[in-house]
Design a protein around this ligand. Sequence first.
Ligand code: GDP
Length: 328
Amino acid sequence: MSDETAGGVETPGPEQRGGRFLSRLRRGLFMTHTEILEKLGTAVKKGLGFDETLLDSLEETLIEADVGAETSAALREALRARGGSSAGADLDELRGILLEEIERLLASAPRATGGPPPSLEVVFLVGVNGSGKTTTTAKLAARALSAGRSVVLAAADTFRAGAIEQLEIWARRLGAPMIRHTEGSDPSAVLHDALSAARARGAQLLLVDTAGRLHTKKNLMEELSKMRRIAGREVPGAPHQCLLVLDATTGGNGLAQARRFVEAAGATGVVLTKLDGSARGGIVLAIYRELKLPVVYVGVGEGVEDLIPFEPSQYARALLGEEALAES
Ligand code: GDP
């Protein structure tokens, strides 16, 4: 963990970090498939249309970039359907077609509606152990606090060794109250107390760090459902968000595990962590298409400030190396 009190000129701000993330993504993906896009462009220019070998290569590259088999095949089909009629198209046009298809995909997942904010917003963080739930809870708390909101944290991951203490360290640093019980205790009881504490304090946001795995016979998904019911009983509409925390470096495996949380825990959006450790940000497309969930934030480091709101159109352009093309 980085010490978030360590300021100084060398600590880059969130925008610089966001820029670094995008340029890394640009390099990582653009480098790999620029050649294929060029070949496709040449084929179309010569009036050859998109031949199967080229489409195969594009699909393979997308799969390598973690876009996922299903999503890569869908993009390939979209390109084939549109490429056939655009003889004479150049690389820019091709990239434009792919960009449109990607933007369409990114616009397809429902975004949180901008209704009136609840007086107490309850947000659950769910996902497997090690995905970054506790760290993301702290990052979200830091963002909310710096926006002037009052925050309470609930240490409801009572099963992973050290999770409570880890969150407690962040809570102390951030100056946010945290509700905890002892390790191994009932997560629903922690939630119950945290809801009472948040209401008693008139807090605006309650962030609930949940377990990724239980060490009892109880089923995790059943436990999460029970927690949802408790929250809904005490605060209308709660949990208002259920954020699925997903480690970008786990690729397709992570996606398979994630599906369970979507089906059983009612996830409403994704926080994609550790994108700083992976240039293969293509998984974002698979999340939209295969989980039908929007990516809300991306994590780009271990520090409390390393969380960036996800911008679909910026991402789509970075993915296709828009700037790199403009420079060439
Ligand atoms: P949890 O088990 O889901 O609560 O996961 P943790 O919050 O403990 O995170 C697991 C590890 O991933 C920790 O070492 C975190 O510092 C690290 N981590 C979390 N988010 C990020 C991220 O965006 N980038 C990097 N590089 N590391 C992260």
